[in-house]
Write a protein that binds this ligand. Structure first.
Ligand code: 13P
Length: 210
């Protein structure tokens, strides 16, 4: 895909997320790795109304070289790209149920959402830890995200929301949607005794679907 097509796709996917309530106001930010740098959503932009031509362009060292001023959370995206060679895109949302789980003090912070459904495992993977609370835009969270992202495709920022990587922009968006769905199911069945997928079933999914 060339850069122009990626710009258009990013705006389309972001508008779709916004239209379905995955982000509100100017919450959330999205980035994509290019051959010569990165595209990123501008700071304070609504995901519902992005102009493909005004997306922020960053060079390979994450310096702003074009378009509007980038998200104040460039470092959150950089943490994933530097930790994971397989990260081609990163999506950060304040989606309701994933954010609800990020506020729960009595969950396993190393992996709060059990493997309830195959698509959560297939899209998000075996583990998704919670990163302790930092103020939005606080670059001090970068080392914590970087360390966690080495063996997790996604993390939950405590009291804030999910950050999800994927091989492609579409993969990252699909993973963010599956994560929100899994968080919703987790909240719905909390206090009941659902059967999570077994370790063998999780292994089988990851072997089959990667
Ligand atoms: P930006 O508008 O700077 O991208 O910040 C939005 C956000 O989601 C903060 O967590």
């Amino acid at each position: 895909m060339n850069e122009q097509d990626i710009r258009v796709l990013l705006a389309e996917l972001a508008a779709s997320l916004f239209a379905r309530g995955y982000s509100v106001g100017s919450a959330g930010n999205i980035s994509v790795r290019l051959a010569d740098g990165y595209l990123m959503t501008p700071t304070n932009a609504s995901l519902g109304r992005l102009d493909p031509a005004r997306l922020s362009k960053l060079d390979a060292e994450f310096r702003h070289i074009g378009g509007d001023q980038p998200s104040k959370e460039v470092f959150m995206h950089r943490a994933f790209y530097q930790a994971r060679d397989d990260a081609g895109a990163v999506v950060h949302l304040h989606s309701t149920y994933a954010t609800a789980v990020s506020c729960l003090p009595d969950v396993d912070a190393s992996n709060p959402i059990p493997p309830l459904t195959p698509y959560f495992v297939m899209r998000v993977g075996r583990r998704m830890p919670i990163i302790p609370y930092y103020r939005p835009g606080d670059a001090a969270m970068e080392p914590a995200i970087n360390a966690a992202a080495r063996d997790a495709r996604a993390v939950l920022l405590a009291n804030h929301g999910p950050v999800v990587s994927g091989k492609t922009l579409t993969d990252a968006v699909y993973a963010a949607e599956e994560l929100e769905e899994a968080a919703k199911l987790f909240v719905m069945v909390r206090g009941q005794t659902p059967r999570p997928l077994s370790a063998a079933e999780v292994d089988d999914l990851l072997r089959t679907f990667g």
